[in-house]
Design a protein around this ligand. Sequence first.
Ligand code: ADP
Length: 740
Amino acid sequence: MDFKVDLSNCDREPIHIPGKVQAHAVLIGIDYKTQLITHVSDNVAKFFSCNPEQLLNQPFRVFLSLSGIDTREVNFLSLLPDQFVEGFEKENAWIVPTNGGRFHLVAHLSGPTVIVELEPAKEEDGREVQNIVGSLLSRILAAKSFQDTLDFSAQQIKNIIGYDRVMIYRFAEDGHGEVVAEKVNDEIESYLGLHYPASDIPKQARELYKKNLVRIIADVDATDAAIEVNNSITQATPLDMTDAVTRAVSPIHIQYLKNMGVKASFSVSLIADGELWGLIACHNYEPLLIDYRKRNSCRIIGQILSTSLIFRQEEVDNEQKAKFNTHLGNIIKHIRSDIDFKDALMQHGNSMLDITKGTGAALMFDNDIFMIGETPTQEQIRGIAAWLGEFNKNQFFQTTQLADLYPAASSFKDVASGLMSVAISREMKEYIFWFKKELPQTVRWAGNPNKPAEMGANGLLQISPRKSFEEWTEKVQGKSEGWQAHEISSVMQLREELVHIINERANQVRKLNEQLKQAYEELDTFSFTISHDLKTPLSSIKNYAELLIEEENLGNEHKPMLQKIVKGADRMNLLIREVLSYSRIGRLQMTVAPINMGQMLDEIRTELLNVYNSKPVRLTISNPVNIIGDYTMIYQVFTNIIGNAVKYSSAAEIPEVTVETQAGISEVTYIISDNGIGIDMKNGDQIFDLFKRMNNASPFEGTGVGLAIVKRIIEKHNARIWYESEPGNGTVFYLIFKTV
Ligand code: ADP
């Protein structure tokens, strides 16, 4: 069997045109234009000495005289149609003496028809109700809490109507309802805290609850009275009884009440901001009519409660909003006072967790994750960020059922069924997340919401309300409490502030960078100019010293001094040359192109072997791999590195220098090893500093500029350099270059 029937079928039941009226009331329809009776409920003879045949097609006054109503008591037929404004008849019910006793008479206009409803009136003191309403008002204003107001209202309604059970029923966003307040006779089981599935009150019934603020079903077992019609006038359209207070009730609803053992039911709608917030639902286990005036009093209580719902809810919201705002203010203050904003967001008692009702929060920033409260693991949070980057292109996102959208979240739904996120930077995958726990797993459903359909006696599957009202436990999985508007607004404010601060700081860094670059360039120009200007006086010094050495009149004892001057000038020249070449790198335009490394290394080799021609150096180059770079600069790099290797191994018995390669996918590592004096690795990267020479290097000539040049060129090429060494045991330099 594959039937799909559920109570949403009730959504289509035409309950506003039942063609019937409840047994306790008489309905008479009058055509407004002709003032002739067009509709009469067939129970009229039960209350008055007349029957439908005598009335249909007759002027209304025929009914008035047959029922013994004084025509002066009811003058509504003289009203113009637009005077039958909504509510008119309800505020102005007439109590009329008839030959069948006192009746409430209410009239309203439905299309071309004036609908008159008559219900028996009970003796009562009108002042009593006024008192109740007055005291309710002051109680509502003084109530300690929202719950207090609800409880008190339920009690007042119970006092007025005398039913066995009065519940206040609140609808959740998904349409299901919960009993949030209840006054019930001692011997009856309480329904407080029970949840009812949304299908219990079909959609169009909800619409009617918004229009008819009170609704009575005086006796579920009584047979409704059919409305007889004067066919000559109204054949075509059924009488619209939307606003008729005694309209017959849907058989499905009657069955529903019967299943609960209820004999009479009464409801008052609670409306907040134009929406059905809930109902005051009242049950009696015996038939019991509440007369029109009492019902009206209950309606007023409902309206007072409805108004208070709005301001009470606002009060609760405002209190919370104020709390969030204080925390937000403190966080922002900390951020502005230059505290690292990670710390500002995580400060205990004033953290990002305190600006929402979230149960956990996480900040993803600078590739780090900072967490507070109950959260998924770091890895799970990274998973969420990766998914969110694809799934949601906005800066803001929220859900109360994360696992429905992102199935991987089902493994941590207990801590994060609810997710709200703001992106600080989507590109950098920088987010702040707030999590909300899964709602308590068990809800006390009053019946099984998944089984609304029943097999009928005739063997067909038919829609019928649930028969079982025993408590049913339904697991409501993977769902969190909703995210409120003020929670959303506080995280948006925080985001704005963060983005502002981050931009401000980024601008500062950018500015500093600019200044640094400028200073660097100035320094370069300065050293270039100085070195350049030194060259001319230096060559004069050298030239004159050399001339003096040649001078025969000068005593021999002075010549070594002059030779020192010449040597010093030479060394200074070398230094100046090196500094010039170092500063030149800063200003040189790079021309990047593939370089034939085999050829370049051969040239360098020849050049070096010429310099050290007196020494038996073994310099081997294997598998040169072409790289991408500026020819002159790369030439300088290898000359320096290989030159150093040869120089610092020259004291070895047989200096051995090898140049090898290791090719990667898009890069190559050049490995230059020697068997020279080695470097103490404690000195780290100091060897790359300008003019820095190691102690063991002093016997060898040098300026300490070469590796500084190398470093600068390597940086310009986005290449990498490092070394491994041990004093006395040779050195290995590694250089990685791009090959494509
Ligand atoms: P220098 O002109 O002194 O060779 P560099 O800048 O080329 O200057 O090198 C800086 C220092 O690093 C050297 O003075 C030396 O102490 C050390 N160094 C560089 N290469 C080697 C090497 N292959 N073996 C041992 N020490 C080295």
